[in-house]
Design a protein around this ligand. Structure first.
Ligand code: ATP
Length: 266
C-alpha cells in the first residue's frame, strides 16, 4: 500500500488515531461529491468509539482513510497501528479454507512460521468461543459463527502473534453485525465487548443504529450528511446494558440524529 507521508504521520503517544481538518472530495467540477469536510477526531489507545450517521454521511469513507486505503483531499490522518484491520457486514471468509486457516491467513501473509501462526489462530478461535470448530469450512458454520471467525481473523491481522509491545492494534468495523438476526447480533455485541476488554484493541465501529452505539462505545461521534462532519460527541456512562443514564443518552442521540436527517432532507 502506498502511503502519502504529507497526509499520514505517526500520532502523538497514547493516541491511536488523530484526524485534523480532514476533507475528502470524490471527482472534480460539477460532479464532485464532498463526502467529508472539516473532520477533527482523536481516538485514544484502547478506546472504543462508535461513529454514527445516516446512510451516505461518509462513514465508510472515514474508515477507508483510517485504513490507508484512500488519502484525504486535505488535512492530516495519523494512525499509530502499523496494520489496521477491517471487519465488514459480510464475513468475507475464504470458502475453501477451514476456519483455522482463515484466521491463520493474515499471519501467513505477514511471514509468521507455521507453528507460531497455528498456535495464535487456535488461541484467537478460543477467544471468540469457537474452540474445537477450527476444522469446519465457512459453509458449515452459522452466520454468527462466521462473523466470530471474521473477528478472530481481524484480531490476527491487527495484533499479529500478540507478542509485540503495545500489540493491541486497531480494528475498523463497518456495520459488522447489521446482517445478523437480532438475537445473534445481541450475543455478538456482548462478545465483542468481552474480546475488546481482553485484548486492549482500539476499535472504531461504524453504525447507523443508536442502540448499538450506546451499548458498545465509550464515546459516540455523530456525523452529519453531505458533507459528513462531526456534529457532536457523547461520552457513554459506564455501567452495562440499558441503565437509566444510557436510556436517556439513547433518546438524546436519537433526537439529534433525527434533526440531522431532517435538516438534510429539507
Ligand atoms: N469512490 C467514490 N466515488 C464517488 N463518490 C463516492 C465514492 N465513495 C463514496 N462516495 C460518495 O460519498 C458519500 C459518502 O459515502 P460513504 O459510502 O462513505 O457513506 P456511508 O455513510 O458509509 O453510507 P452507508 O451508510 O449507506 O454505507 C456518498 O454521497 C457517496 O455517494
Amino acid at each position: 500500500m502506498t502511503v502519502d507521508l504529507t497526509t499520514r504521520r505517526p500520532p502523538a503517544r497514547d493516541t491511536a488515531v488523530a484526524l485534523s481538518g480532514v476533507a475528502k472530495t470524490f471527482g472534480t467540477g460539477a460532479g464532485a461529491v464532498t463526502a467529508l469536510h472539516g473532520i477533527d477526531l482523536t481516538v485514544g489507545d484502547g478506546e472504543f468509539v462508535c461513529v454514527l450517521g445516516a446512510s451516505g454521511c461518509g462513514k465508510s469513507t472515514l474508515l477507508n482513510l483510517l485504513a490507508g486505503l484512500d488519502a484525504p483531499t486535505s488535512g492530516t490522518v495519523a494512525v499509530g497501528a502499523p496494520r489496521p484491520s477491517f471487519m465488514f457486514q459480510e464475513a468475507a471468509l475464504m470458502p475453501w479454507l477451514t476456519a483455522l486457516r482463515n484466521v491463520e491467513l493474515p499471519l501467513q501473509l505477514a511471514g509468521h512460521g507455521r507453528a507460531a501462526r497455528r498456535a495464535r489462530a487456535e488461541e484467537l478461535l478460543a477467544l471468540v468461543r469457537l474452540e474445537g470448530l477450527g476444522a469446519k469450512r465457512p459453509h458449515e458454520l452459522s452466520g454468527g459463527m462466521r462473523q466470530r471467525v471474521s473477528l478472530a481473523r481481524a484480531l490476527a491481522a491487527a495484533t499479529g502473534l500478540g507478542d509485540a509491545p503495545g500489540a493491541g492494534g486497531l480494528l475498523l468495523m463497518d456495520e459488522p453485525f447489521a446482517a445478523l438476526d437480532a438475537i445473534t447480533r445481541d450475543v455478538l455485541q456482548g462478545e465483542l465487548l468481552r474480546v475488546w476488554r481482553a485484548t486492549g484493541t482500539t476499535v472504531v465501529f461504524v453504525t447507523h443504529d443508536v442502540r448499538e452505539a450506546v451499548r458498545l462505545a465509550e464515546r459516540v461521534v455523530l456525523l452529519s450528511s453531505r458533507p459528513g462532519t462531526v456534529v457532536r460527541e457523547w461520552t457513554v456512562p459506564a455501567g452495562g446494558h440499558d441503565t437509566e443514564a444510557r436510556t436517556a443518552l439513547h433518546d438524546d442521540i436519537t433526537g439529534r440524529l433525527r434533526q440531522v436527517i431532517t435538516s438534510h432532507a429539507a
